[in-house]
Write a protein that binds this ligand. Structure first.
Ligand SMILES: *Cc1c(COP(=O)(O)O)cnc(C)c1O
Length: 373
């Protein structure tokens, strides 16, 4: 087998066995193969065409309009673009927050994605880490005590709408109550909905995190619940925030409103075709199927005595970390003494059953050892 065939085989087989990361697998974009022979570039602002006219911005705008609707708003009030992933969307939200409040302080919990610390460092914004509760949600008492001492500074809240390890959702109502309690006038709310941005709108009760709740910006990953052959994301923000940072650039004939100059033109095409194919109804179906699979996984793990639990109707099932061999084989992310399975479209019962078989085998071996000892 040649090198490239070997590489393909490795990635394909590792994709099939992957259970611990939030990456949907049920996609195919073969129909767009002819585009692989073209250079596509969505340089600059998605709403203004560039002199460089080899773009998919029309599709990009349709994707953004779809997400605006999903997040309870419309294109008059918000603006957005397709990013290279959730990290870029979070960087963008924090950038807008800083341009709004240069002397603001960012509050975010211990459960926050590792990339956020780096984003804050890049932007050089003051920031304070708030303790997390056992379930991964922000500790609101710690937030309250921390804020009490800094009521004079604008507050920038960086909230997890599905934390990476435990899929915890920070409670917007509780944050708002604290804002009212301390009469904080200058504040900005960014929601990191990397995984749940396209899931939460279809869960009942619906977690509060969208523009109808008055949040300022939201970041979502495109390659997680929606899925796709390369990383992507969506960032959306109130239009006035975007206007504050818009500079016109004559060299490319568009506004330099995005983090990178040249931007991926394939991912908007893929996302657009996903939306054509699934729409809101199809997304809802995928969410309900994933929730049902998570129910099954949790029950099975508990039958094996592994203390499985999840936050509400989360697609992430947390349980006692098994051996390194099992974590490696099934690509289970782990932290301290816990691991998780994330139930995304494309994972079938047969896949998780293989994990349960391995876990059961390992337990039998352990019991045998105990008996012998
Ligand atoms: C995955 C994730 C990110 C980072 O998103 P990328 O798309 O990998 O850049 C940020 N926040 C949370 C909560 C995530 O789960």
């Amino acid at each position: 087998m040649n090198t490239v065939d070997k590489l393909y085989k490795r990635i394909k087989s590792n994709t099939d066995s992957l259970l611990g990361y939030p990456l949907a697998k049920d996609f195919s974009y073969q129909q767009f193969a002819p585009f692989l022979d073209l250079c596509i570039n969505n340089i600059g602002d998605p709403e203004s065409t560039s002199t460089l006219a080899i773009d998919t911005k029309e599709m990009e705008r349709e994707c953004i309009a779809f997400f605006a609707d999903l997040l309870s708003t419309n294109m008059d009030d918000v603006w957005g673009y397709i990013t290279n992933g959730g990290t870029e969307g979070n960087l963008y939200g924090l950038y807008l927050a800083r341009e709004n409040f240069p002397n603001g302080v960012v509050y975010y919990s211990e459960s926050t994605h590792y990339s956020v610390k780096k984003n804050l460092h890049l932007l050089n914004i003051n920031n304070i880490v708030i303790r997390s509760q056992e379930n991964g949600e922000m500790d609101y008492e710690d937030l309250e005590q921390t804020l009490m001492l800094r009521r004079d500074k604008p507050a920038i809240f960086f909230l997890n709408i599905g934390s990476t390890m435990k899929e915890a959702i920070d409670d917007l109502d509780k944050i708002k109550a604290i804002i009212r309690k301390f009469a904080i006038k200058d504040y900005y709310i960014h929601c990191d909905a990397a995984f749940l941005g396209s899931v939460a709108p279809f869960v009942t009760p619906k977690p509060k995190f969208d523009f109808s709740e008055g949040v300022d910006s939201i970041s979502i990953s495109g390659h997680k619940f929606i899925g796709g052959p390369m990383p992507s994301g969506i960032v959306m923000a109130k239009r006035n925030h975007r206007n504050r940072v818009a500079n016109s650039v004559s060299y490319v004939g568009t506004f330099d409103t995005t983090i990178t100059g040249s931007r991926n033109g394939l991912t908007p095409l893929f996302m657009w075709s996903f939306i054509q194919k699934f729409g809101k109804e199809g997304l809802n179906r995928r969410v309900q199927e994933s929730i049902a699979l998570a129910d099954y996984v949790k029950d099975k793990l508990n039958e094996l005595g592994l203390n499985a639990w999840r936050n509400g109707k989360a697609l992430t099932v947390v349980f006692d970390k098994p051996s390194d061999a099992i974590c490696t084989k099934h690509q289970l992310a782990s932290e301290d003494d816990i691991a998780h399975v994330i139930c995304v479209p494309g994972i079938k019962k047969a896949h998780v059953d293989l994990l349960f078989e391995d876990l059961a085998k390992e337990q039998k071996a352990l019991e045998k050892e105990l008996v012998l000892a």
